[in-house]
Design a binder for this molecule. Structure first.
Ligand code: BES
Ligand code: MN
Ligand code: ZN
Length: 500
């Protein structure tokens, strides 16, 4: 979709549809009021008739207003004016784009970002508008033999009462890049395991590298063998698909600047291995590469906005399958870091591939390492689909990530990494075991990773609950591309301002 932001009057805007807000009780927003005055109070009369009460989430499409430049006017109910907050603004946008999606409008002009939203600024409002617009036209039917017609809506104007400043213009650029990154993450996430294999992800990395001038390196199993990545390799033993370790390097910053390294879990299918998962909903384990997908999406987003920062992606990718060669409960492997691991449950495989990737990440001399993984069912129980679980060995980093997430409505919640939890990983036979029991499952998984990240500043995002939706709306969400990209934007600003 195309987006532009411009000072304009809704009544003079030539558009397939102008979108205006009405508060509960029929009170028109400032933009709607201006429109109404030049449209001979047609809106006021209509509201007096009681067809639009302004209830939150309601919409009314008008086709036959006279004396206005737009072909249609969409009234969007805003709910109570005193309560107009972030959630309401988001609901209004969703309802508006749902209504636009039912029409043949090829373009629309929205006059909603001028509304005062409690605790949020203009950049946030523009961000949300663009992300929700893109969300509304995303389709999951690419693999149907007859996909539905492409959505008609192609062009969005964000109408403003005042001339938009630099911050607003930049918000359009970054939100567009974030939306493209989310779309890539969703597209990869939604692909089934028979198409999206580790080799497929490696090909996508090569494609991304070619299109955006990134450096790409693919390590094969024999290379990983040489590096001593026996923990990672233990996961792929039962699979016919060769594992890959993908790295992408984006160098937008100073040569000497230490990079942020993003490590994404890329399990293209997690059957559980010999510790086989139950059959119900096992298809959803095709999403076990959503950490990797979010790293791809973030790399695309920062490349599109030419961010002045060095960022490296490290993506360990494998299947987790049972066969005669598969790892067995009780097997002990030696990780690249030299630490030995007793595999008590082959379904706790994410940490096994991540620990070697995290050790490998050190060779990029990172400023910060962030891993992103659909790591534990326990995190879904703890936080559901609202917030990703965030763990870190540095509180400042955790705070920065939480703030970035809040700014783009991609929430994360700080979870503890206290030493008291570490003993749950004690093993009689190896340096550690790969499971810590049922209690605090997402914390002990993070504790496991923390043993491999002592040499640098590190955070871990458990996105098991946020990366995809189940049920009727089943599909990848594209999270946490917004959080990651916003964090990198903030980081680049910090570094580049300090350099001036
Ligand atoms: N990929 C799963 C985590 C997962 C489970 C994500 C359900 C989303 C929904 C991970 O590899 C896994 O199987 N974790 C186990 C760990 C356990 C064996 C300690 C889990 O959470 O059950
Ligand atoms: Mn698993
Ligand atoms: Zn998994």
């Amino acid at each position: 979709m195309e987006f532009s932001i411009k000072q304009s009057s809704p009544d003079k805007q030539h558009s397939a549809c102008v979108v205006l807000g009405v508060f509960e009780g029929g009170q028109l927003s400032a933009e709607a009021q201006a429109f109404d005055l030049s449209a001979e109070l047609q809106l006021s009369r209509l509201i007096a008739r009681g067809d639009m009460t302004g209830k939150a989430g309601s919409t009314l499409m008008l086709h036959t207003l006279t004396g206005v430049s737009a072909e249609r006017v969409l009234l969007a109910g805003l709910g109570k004016a005193e309560e107009f907050n972030a959630k309401q603004y988001i609901d209004v946008l969703r309802a508006s784009f749902a209504a636009l999606g039912k029409t043949n409008c090829k373009d629309a002009a929205l006059y909603l970002s001028g509304l005062a939203v409690k605790d949020q600024d203009e950049v946030w409002k523009i961000n949300q508008l663009i992300l929700i617009a893109e969300e509304s036209v995303y389709r999951t039917d690419a693999l149907k033999s007859k996909p539905a017609d492409k959505p008609a809506l192609r062009k969005i104007l964000i109408g403003c009462a005042k001339k938009p400043g630099n911050a607003a213009q930049n918000a359009v650029i970054s939100a567009r890049a974030i939306a493209n990154g989310m779309n890539l993450a969703k597209q990869l996430g939604n692909l089934p395991g028979n198409i999206c294999t580790p080799a497929y992800l490696a090909e996508q990395a090569e494609k991304l590298a070619k299109e955006h001038k990134l450096k790409v390196t693919i390590l094969e199993e024999k290379d990983m063998e040489k590096l001593g990545m026996h923990s990672l390799l233990s996961v792929t033993r039962g699979s016919r698909e060769p594992a890959k370790l993908i790295t992408l390097e984006y160098r937008g910053g100073d040569k000497k600047q230490k990079p942020v390294v993003l490590v994404g879990k890329g399990l293209t299918f997690d059957s559980g291995g010999i510790s086989l998962k139950p059959g119900a909903d096992m298809d959803e384990m095709k999403y076990d590469m959503c950490g990797a997908a979010s790293v791809f999406g973030t790399m695309l987003a920062i490349a599109e906005m030419s961010l002045k920062l060095n960022v490296v992606a490290v993506i360990p990718s494998s299947e987790n399958m049972p066969d005669g060669a598969a790892s067995k409960p009780g097997d002990i492997v030696t990780s690249m870091a030299g630490l030995t691991i007793e595999i008590l449950n082959t379904d706790a495989e994410g940490r096994l591939i991540l620990c070697d990737a995290l050790t490998y990440a050190a060779r990029f001399e990172p400023d910060t390492v962030i891993d992103i993984a659909t790591l534990t069912g326990a995190c879904v129980i703890a936080l559901g689909g609202v917030a990703s679980g965030l763990f870190s060995n540095q509180d400042t980093l955790a705070a920065e990530l939480i703030e970035a997430g809040a700014y783009v409505n991609d929430k994360a919640w700080h979870m503890p990494l206290w030493d008291e939890y570490q003993q749950q990983l004690d093993s009689n036979f190896a340096d550690m075991q790969n499971i810590g029991g049922r209690a605090a499952g997402s914390v002990t998984a993070a504790c496991f990773l923390s043993r491999f990240t002592k040499d640098y500043r590190w955070a871990h995002l458990d996105i098991a609950g946020t990366a995809w939706k189940s049920g009727k709306e089943k599909g990848s969400t594209g999270r946490p591309v917004p959080l990651l990209t916003q964090y990198l934007i903030n980081r680049a600003n910090e570094i580049n301002i300090a350099a001036v």
